[in-house]
Design a protein around this ligand. Structure first.
Ligand SMILES: *Cc1c(COP(=O)(O)O)cnc(C)c1O
Length: 415
């Protein structure tokens, strides 16, 4: 007997709508704008409210058929149990912290995180949640930070902007051993480059605004449950959700508390746009990763450049991790100039990269890090995150590599 052929990444995603049963033979999921969902028999409405109906919609703050179609695509990409989409990546991250932690709990987090995530740590501290940030490239530092009240470990799989990579599998093993919830922000890598279930992550965050949407025209976030965490032992699940198969408890709480109550809902219009973007995720990740690697190699040869941070460079401190776990290096590339004062000159001389914040647009974006996105954080935080004054962050777009290389050559000439 031969085993049936399993469709691979992009094949699965571009056929997901049709196989999910789009109406009238439509091969793309329609945009459902209805806020209310009605039923012929009141028993069916009751079943949706009580969660005894499989699926079913009642009020769009908890989801629509269009957001559900996007959720199902992301679940397929991550090969997970289920996904909840949010209005932004930050809404998804906040939903995890605010609904799964409580005062007196302890969170161990990476010291290398997105600026706004770092800012949320301050909000959590005000609410009585203790946070320890550590260098997650070393699992021993995570282990040393674990206390009896630790509930969760949070890392970015490729950190923004420094491209640090945690000891992904080492932390996974540690979390399993201590029954801790392992939450990874996979925004920069994307499920095409790295599937976090392979290292034992329980929840995976993706800012859909970035890799998955990929066109810089819609905000969104997603939280996927990989099905690997045993929620039956998690102390913070509300009694109302401790019913039925414990596998679904985490998602249930995130949807009810994080989406229904907190209201960070993704609109159906944005969900549709993000789902169209998702269809080309693999193609864009291949293209931008190849261009980023070519540019990273070139930059490494330039006398004006002190350091290039890109996971697929042999010189990257966690290159071995990257080679072991990642299919490619992604679009995020940072570099440091020897003379920090030349930072602004180089940005201004470049003609193609657009001076803007944001990531994973179709156009290349450039930003001096210390002057902008990590300005509010201050010099002490910048130092622990490895952000030098001369650091420049690039988000590589879909331009041809030769055009970008030529532009960088003129911008760095004579420095
Ligand atoms: C952008 C980003 C976020 C937040 O996503 P938004 O959709 O902008 O809210 C979270 N984590 C990482 C790593 C990001 O780059």
């Amino acid at each position: 007997m031969t085993t049936p052929h399993q469709p691979s990444f992009t094949t699965q995603i571009v056929h997901a709508d049709r196989l999910g049963g789009a109406e009238h033979g439509a091969i793309h999921k329609p945009i459902h704008t209805s806020v209310q969902y009605g039923y012929d028999k009141v028993e069916d409405l009751i079943a949706v409210f009580q969660g005894t109906a499989k699926g079913g919609f009642n009020y769009a703050r908890q989801g629509t058929p269009t957001t559900a179609a996007l959720e199902s695509k992301i679940t397929q990409m991550e090969q997970g149990l289920g996904t909840i989409v949010f209005s932004t990546g930050m809404a998804g991250i906040c939903a995890i912290f605010m609904t799964l932690l409580k005062a007196g709990d302890h969170l161990v987090a990476s010291q290398y995180v997105f600026g706004n995530t770092n800012s949320v740590f301050g909000t959590l501290a005000n609410l009585g949640i203790e946070i320890t940030t550590v260098d997650v490239t070393d699992a021993a530092q995570v282990a040393a930070a674990v206390r009896p009240n630790t509930r969760m470990v949070f890392v970015e799989t490729i950190a923004n902007p420094g491209t640090q990579i945690p000891d992904l599998a080492g932390i996974g093993a540690l979390c399993r051993q201590h029954g801790l919830l392992y939450v990874v922000d996979n925004t920069v890598a994307s499920p095409y480059i790295f599937r976090a279930g392979t290292v034992g992550a329980g929840l995976v965050v993706n800012s859909l605004t970035k890799s998955i949407g990929g066109h810089g025209d819609a905000l969104g976030g997603a939280v996927t449950d990989t099905g690997l965490y045993d929620w039956s032992g998690y102390p913070n699940i509300f009694a109302a959700y401790c019913k039925g198969d414990s596998k679904g408890w985490g998602l249930q709480q995130l949807r009810k508390k994080g989406l229904r109550d907190m209201g960070g809902t993704l609109s159906s219009h944005a969900a549709h746009q993000l789902a169209v973007g998702a269809e080309t995720l693999a193609l864009r990740m291949e293209r931008t990763s190849a261009t980023a690697l070519a540019l990273a190699r070139w930059l490494e040869q330039q006398p004006a450049v002190a350091r290039v941070l890109y996971p697929m460079l042999e010189s990257h401190p966690q290159h071995a991790q990257a080679k072991q776990h990642f299919r490619a290096g992604s679009w995020l590339l940072s570099f440091e100039l020897r003379d920090a004062d030349q930072c602004l000159t180089v940005c201004n001389r470049l003609q193609l990269p657009i001076k803007a914040t944001g990531l994973a647009d179709t156009r290349t974006l450039i930003i001096p890090v210390a002057h902008t996105i990590f300005w509010e954080a201050g010099p002490a935080v910048r130092a622990t995150m490895g952000i030098a004054d001369g650091m420049i962050r690039l988000s590589i777009g879909l331009e041809e590599a030769d055009d970008l290389l030529a532009d960088f050559a003129q911008a760095l000439s004579g420095l």
